[in-house]
Design a protein around this ligand. Structure first.
Ligand code: SOE
Length: 377
């Protein structure tokens, strides 16, 4: 029997749209035993939240998330607000006995995230952080190929996440669209926002990071505060380049910036092993590039695996073989896995505890960027 699961969404920005789309679609394609219902959405701006509720079909709205967390008719709280609010909301939601899903990163720092982990574990409620790129079928296939030993010993893990939307000094900090530039709201710049995705995928595929050194930079030192119009020092990192050692002996190189002209969401990764290499590019997200060293002679070379067939991860649930899917599907897959986890009591990853590790690595990157020293983790 399919059970109804009432969702309480907090926030109405871009991520709230991505998640609402996933909650809406999941039961049309995946049989998880649950049918999510968009029960309520909460945000302070009454007219914007009303508009959002109407656009997405939320049954009700709240202007204070605290009311929503206390509502008996809400089963799961989905946090899609700036990072500085994640901890307070997640802890209150867990204490009220709700399942809790948080947009990434879990928190601004590991120290802030730890009580969130304690709260969900103490309350025994289902919890998950939205590192959605794990659920791109091609990325999942890479994970499966690495795990099954297709690459043999791994030597290198390389990832980049490049953007260019903050190059203009006129972009303010703070406010609805630009809170990611305000260190108080975001905690960090590209490290927590973009590198966190690369690190989450890397740790999941290649295991833990044992040490690192980083170079970080803030190119524009002052920006206007969106609320007051006053110039204020910029506290976030605009760019980060990181060298890591993984516990399995491989070396990692990671780069992230919002100053790579021409790049809007340039997430790429490549893994090099003894028996072959794998590569993936978000802008060609249904394709895995594979170099198989076991192919002999003249036919050896990079090949394309189009991840569009029924036996590829998640693909059997969508269209007929060969048809492509996109960015939004990664969120639907994450919801499907979350609901499966609730049904089977095998929590979907990353849980708050697992995602805390990414916060720990981000903290080390920021510390190393300041000190210029290697950090052991
Ligand atoms: C930033 O522009 C951003 O929206 C991130 O916050 C997301 O996590 C990333 O997936 C795309 O870029």
């Amino acid at each position: 029997m399919t059970k109804q699961l009432n969702i309480g969404m907090i926030g109405y920005g871009f991520m709230a749209r991505a998640h609402s789309n996933a909650w809406t679609n999941v039961s049309h394609f995946f049989d998880t035993g649950y049918r999510p219902v968009l029960k309520a959405v909460a945000a302070r701006n009454v007219s914007k939240v009303r508009h959002f509720a109407e656009a997405w079909g939320y049954e009700s709205q709240e202007s204070d998330w605290r009311h929503m967390v206390e509502r008996a008719d809400i089963d799961a709280i989905d946090i899609c607000v700036p990072n500085d609010l994640h901890a307070e909301i997640a802890i209150a939601a867990a204490q009220a006995g709700k399942m809790v899903l948080s947009e990434k990163p879990l928190a601004r720092t590991e120290a802030e995230g730890k009580p969130m982990v304690d709260a969900v574990e103490k309350a025994g409620v289902a919890n998950m952080v939205w590192y959605n790129y794990r659920r791109v079928p091609a990325v999942m296939l890479i994970k499966q190929m690495v795990e099954s030993g297709r690459l043999g010993t791994i030597f290198h893990y390389r990832a980049k996440f490049l953007q260019d939307w903050t190059i203009s000094p006129d972009v303010p900090q703070g406010g609805q669209a630009t809170w990611r530039l305000d260190v108080d709201a975001a905690g960090s710049g590209v490290t927590g926002d973009l590198l966190a995705h690369c690190l989450d995928t890397a740790i999941w595929i290649n295991g833990g990071i044992s040490s690192l050194t980083a170079m970080t930079e803030t190119f524009i030192k002052e920006r206007k505060d969106a609320a007051t119009g006053e110039n204020k020092p910029v506290g976030i990192d605009d760019a980060a380049a990181v060298l890591t050692r993984f516990a399995n002996g491989s070396l990692g190189t990671f780069e992230s910036t919002r100053y790579a002209r021409g790049h809007k969401a340039g997430y790429t990764l490549e893994i090099n092993g003894e028996k072959g290499s794998l590569a993936w590019d978000l802008h060609d997200l249904n394709r895995v590039q594979f170099f198989d060293h076991s192919v002999a002679g003249a036919q050896r070379g990079w090949t394309n695996i189009l991840v569009t067939d029924g036996d590829h991860p998640y693909l059997g649930k969508w269209w007929v073989p060969g048809l492509i899917i996109g960015y939004e599907h990664s969120f639907t897959h994450q919801v499907a896995d979350f609901l499966d986890g609730v049904r089977t009591s095998k929590p979907a990853a990353p849980t708050f505890r697992e995602a805390l590790e990414t916060n720990r690595v981000c903290d080390a990157i920021l510390a190393s960027g300041k000190s210029g020293q290697w950090v052991n983790l």
